[in-house]
Write a protein that binds this ligand. Sequence first.
Ligand code: 3PG
Length: 389
Amino acid sequence: MIKYLSSENLKKFSGKTCLLRIDLNVELGMPLDSYRLEAVLPTIRLLLKNDVRVVLMSHRGRPVLKLEGQMKGVKDDWDFDRGNRELSLAPFTKLLAKKIIEPVCFIPYEKSFVLDKKKFLAEHRERVFLLENLRFYRGEETNDDRFGEFLSRWGDFYVNDAFAVSHRADASIAAITKFLPSYAGLLLEREVKNLNKVMKSSDHPFTVIVGGAKVSDKLGVVRYFWKRADDFLIGGSPANTFLEAEGMDVGDSLVDTDAVPMILPYLNAKKIHLPEDVKYRSTKILDVGPKTVKAYAEMIRRSKTIVWNGPMGWFERKGFGNGTRGIWKAILGNTKAHIVVGGGETVTSLRTLYPKRCLPGSNIFLSTGGGAMLDYLSGKKLPGIEALK
Ligand code: 3PG
């Protein structure tokens, strides 16, 4: 059983400090104000309301640490190169402060090594703190116990509200739970409950929509739902890969060549639907065409359960958003089905393509997870969730 944050344990920790793992991972150049950030605010507010101070921690991007060799001590290991500096979490400080309407104190990398962390917190008036990008520290991605212990000194208890990275056995996700009482936050709880619902759903027609960049990432979901789902609507690069495997010339389109042998068992299966028409730019397929949108939208309209991960095309590019827009239109129009949509890009595409629309209806759950949602829906055990049991 996952240990959730309850009013009882909140009472117990009143006056204490929570080390809260969140996921602020946004690509460079993308707006910092993401759906993921919005989704963790309820947990931060709940903790503050219960007189709990909060030390936030997150990773961002995949910084390359140039110093090789064994971990001598977490301190000397970060390579302060410029590429990494761009991945600092410092710019989130102002934004978070604006959202929670109170000051946030950023703890730079160098300062994170203060010996007495509790004293450091006591000397500051702020109630919310933000640590530097966890992936600047060598022990994070190796799930090093020493780094888990180092982090644990910042709090009296630990809450994981970073579903999107819970498929990674990182120190701030897994090792840390050996050192502090650990719980799942509100976001993690919502993710688990909503994804479980769709995994158990027996309402048909059951439709799985896959798009985005890599078919190999999505195959687990296709496999897991193969017997249960009625239709698989394929778009994006997975569609290019299927079309090429079927013998079509897809020019210079993005194809996941390594995945071709893995998709062979699914070729020509009735349940697999491939685009009837596509939109090219020069020799590259960048979107599905109008006939495909019409056919897919029709299937979405009559579905009772829907799982969607990955846009249909390069929606950010002018002229190539219609495929994804058409799928959203059909999804938003189906107010009866039980629907989960995930993958950072898919969720972002809603904001990009329908900037004026507020959040979708209550039958639609927007997952903050990309790879994490796919792994969870593929029936895999997520290290971050297992550690909370
Ligand atoms: C994500 O964006 O899917 C998560 O934050 C995990 O990031 P990662 O794939 O770099 O581990």
